[in-house]
Design a protein around this ligand. Structure first.
Ligand code: 0PR
Length: 369
């Protein structure tokens, strides 16, 4: 490192130069993250030094984390749900599987998950020594519940359903999976990292939450559709004793046990996440989600008017199309099957969709010549 530090001017002009290398957000159509809401930024800055890893030192911040969990519990139809703020979907999924494994007491546990499940489950299985049993999807990219039923055996410790899949934006048949889990007494984790802050705000949506008695835990990420600063995920559990199965002693801290994966945990994005929900309320969130769904529909109609057909009609704001290339600097992504994938996040507003469609229209006109 430098022997003598640099000036503030030098430092910040260096940082600004590097920041210019980042893609301008208006061109990012491939991300499940978005610009944080201004109230999230303000709240984040206010709680910058807080550490939820030692909650007795930051009692106010810790109470705000519990309020966030409470708000999400209410939203997911279980006001007594417990949980904590994680670093995102990956940590929530790892922790859910740790709990499922611990509560099952099985020696050679396996988990059953849709082929569409996020790659964080691969990491979780590797860390936890779990056998993974991926189950094929139906033509609409939802897991086939009949095949899930066939995959269950006496060593199954967890079934996973996805409410808002990463690649195609579909909701698995969560009620059927919850029924299977209940019948077999198996832990059922719903990965609603993306859809958890979309589905409750749609005029009509399939049930995916604690309103279904078989649902044991839910992952939801405020740093996706919750417009918080990064990183902010949440893991919610119906039963406190499930969460407590992860407790370790922390004798020299202000609180004598913790069940989290990380030790030091930032309070700032957690308060940012709560700030957005409090500020917007249900009506504000409904308006944001309605805008994203409208952009998704407009994008699909526009693309189809150029002869680029949708792969599927999504349940949430993820649009997929037959494989076509896109002109720079637009940043899109392609699924493992090669489909063009665009996520209509709040920053991908109507004007952006129109300029993107214009660019695609031009490219197609050129290709046709
Ligand atoms: N579960 C689901 C359903 C997800 O979609 C994701 C992430 C996760 C779990 C894991 O969440 P964390 O990444 O918060 O641990 N989905 C996005 C994806 O993999 C994450 C992302 C976001 C990737 C923005 C790129 C990006 O620019 O596509």
């Amino acid at each position: 490192m430098r022997k003598t530090g640099c000036s503030e001017d030098e430092l910040f002009s260096f940082l600004a130069q590097k920041k210019k290398l980042d893609l301008a957000p208006r061109y990012i159509l491939s991300s499940m993250c978005t610009f944080p809401h201004p109230v999230a930024v303000k709240a984040h800055c206010m709680f910058m030094e807080t550490n939820l890893g030692d909650p007795g030192l930051f009692r106010g911040t810790s109470s705000l984390e519990q309020l966030l969990i409470g708000r999400l519990g209410e939203l997911f139809h279980c006001s007594t749900a417990c949980g904590y703020a994680t670093s995102g979907g990956t940590e929530s999924n790892i922790q859910a599987l740790r709990i499922a494994r611990a509560m099952s007491g099985k020696e050679r546990p396996n988990i059953i998950l849709p082929e569409s499940a996020h790659f964080s489950f691969k990491k979780a299985c590797d860390i936890l020594g779990l056998e993974s049993r991926p189950v094929p999807l139906d033509p609409d990219h939802r897991v086939d519940a009949g095949k899930v039923a066939e995959a269950i055996d006496r060593n199954t410790c967890c079934i996973i359903g996805v409410a808002g899949t990463t690649e195609y934006g579909m909701v698995d048949p969560i009620s059927e999976l919850a029924g299977l889990a209940l019948d077999h007494g198996i832990f059922f984790h719903v990965d609603a990292a993306f859809g958890g802050l979309v589905l409750p705000f749609l005029p009509v949506s399939p049930p995916f939450d604690f309103s279904l008695p078989g649902v044991t835990s839910i992952a939801v990420d405020p740093h996706k559709m919750g417009m918080s600063t990064i990183p902010a995920g949440c893991l919610l559990l119906r039963n406190q004793e499930d969460l407590c199965s992860l407790s370790v002693d922390t004798p020299y801290l202000t609180v004598k046990q913790e069940f989290t994966l990380s030790g030091t945990r930032p309070g700032a994005p957690v308060v940012g996440a709560l700030a957005v929900l409090e500020y917007l309320g249900r009506e504000g969130m409904e308006a944001i989600v309605a805008g994203c769904m409208e952009s998704t529909r407009r994008l699909i109609d526009g693309m189809e008017s150029f002869g680029i057909s949708r792969e599927v009609t999504p349940d949430v704001n993820v649009a997929t199309f037959q494989p076509v290339s896109v002109p720079p600097p637009w940043q899109v992504s392609y699924t493992r099957n090669g489909h063009l994938r665009i996520i209509c996040m709040p920053h991908v507003h109507a004007g952006i969709i129109e300029s993107f469609l214009e660019a695609i229209g031009e490219q197609y006109a050129e290709t046709a010549d």
